[in-house]
Ligand binder design. Structure first.
Ligand code: HEC
Ligand code: HEC
Length: 201
């Protein structure tokens, strides 16, 4: 008995300091009720969360819980679609450990850009703005999760437009350099940027 304890103690250092619990499948399912199968959206008013970096994902959940990021009420896309919900309510019920596990879970799922119609003239105007103001932090058309700046390329145009308007109005936390650029953009600029990112495949 004593010997076994000694063996256990002497090998304890081999284990990682914090072992990450797997995300609860029921919880994942409840997220996918809005965000789509495997976190890939099929709805214009909900973003894809598959492959967003774990740090950005858990920071977003914390911001929703603290209500420092605006939450839009939307209808569920699966199950009882008459039900409505919003991220502040959803994140409000999550523990820190659940947030970490969910963020890790979704970061490992493959991204799939949404196929949607876009307007060529606006896409071209948006590309010019993106190259000038956004590319330094949102590389590869805003599609690289390694930027730790969310994923913009291939997200639904409606969600993009709403997110951009929130940042322009400074309703959500953002780096100072992004804020400086966002405040200078006009309404047509936001529309052009949303169309540009929506067009990225
Ligand atoms: C009722 C629908 C609904 C449910 C359920 C839901 N979400 Fe959301 N989620 C949204 C909407 C809508 C947004 C866009 C932000 C907004 O307008 O509130 C969003 C945004 C997010 C974002 C930010 C994405 C980005 O690119 O900025 C993350 C992360 C997220 N949700 C994770 C989750 C997780 C994890 C769950 C499950 C615990 C979940 N969501 C459940 C509707 C939902
Ligand atoms: C200095 C670097 C930087 C610049 C420049 C910048 N961004 Fe960002 N952006 C970020 C970071 C970092 C985040 C993640 C913010 C967070 O969650 O705290 C972000 C988040 C976003 C989001 C939300 C992503 C999501 O998944 O929720 C949008 C939309 C966005 N940026 C658009 C833009 C646009 C459009 C421009 C150009 C006008 C721009 N950004 C310029 C760094 C930058």
């Amino acid at each position: 008995m004593k010997r076994m304890l000694l063996v256990a103690l002497s090998t304890a250092w081999l284990l990682p300091a914090v072992s990450l619990a797997a995300a609860d499948p029921k919880l994942v399912d409840s997220c996918n009720d809005c965000h789509g199968d495997k976190g890939v959206t099929t709805s214009q008013d909900v973003p894809t969360i598959a492959s967003i970096s774990a740090s950005v994902h858990s920071d977003s959940l914390k911001a929703f819980k603290a209500k420092t990021r605006p939450c839009t009420k939307v209808s569920y896309k699966r199950g009882d679609t008459k039900r409505q919900g919003d991220m502040c309510t959803v994140a409000g019920k999550l523990t820190d450990a659940e947030m970490t596990a969910l963020a890790d879970h979704y970061s490992k799922l493959p991204y799939a850009p949404m196929k949607q119609p876009t307007e060529a003239a606006k896409v071209a105007a948006g590309k010019i703005l993106h190259d000038r103001d956004c590319k330094s932090c949102h590389s590869n058309g805003g599609k690289d999760p390694a930027d730790d700046a969310g994923i913009l390329g291939g997200q639904p145009a409606t969600w993009l437009k709403a997110a951009l308007a929130d940042f322009k109005a400074d309703k959500a936390e953002q780096p100072k350099k992004m804020k400086d650029k966002m405040t200078k953009l006009s309404e047509p600029d936001l529309e052009a940027l949303a169309q540009y990112y929506a067009s990225q495949q």
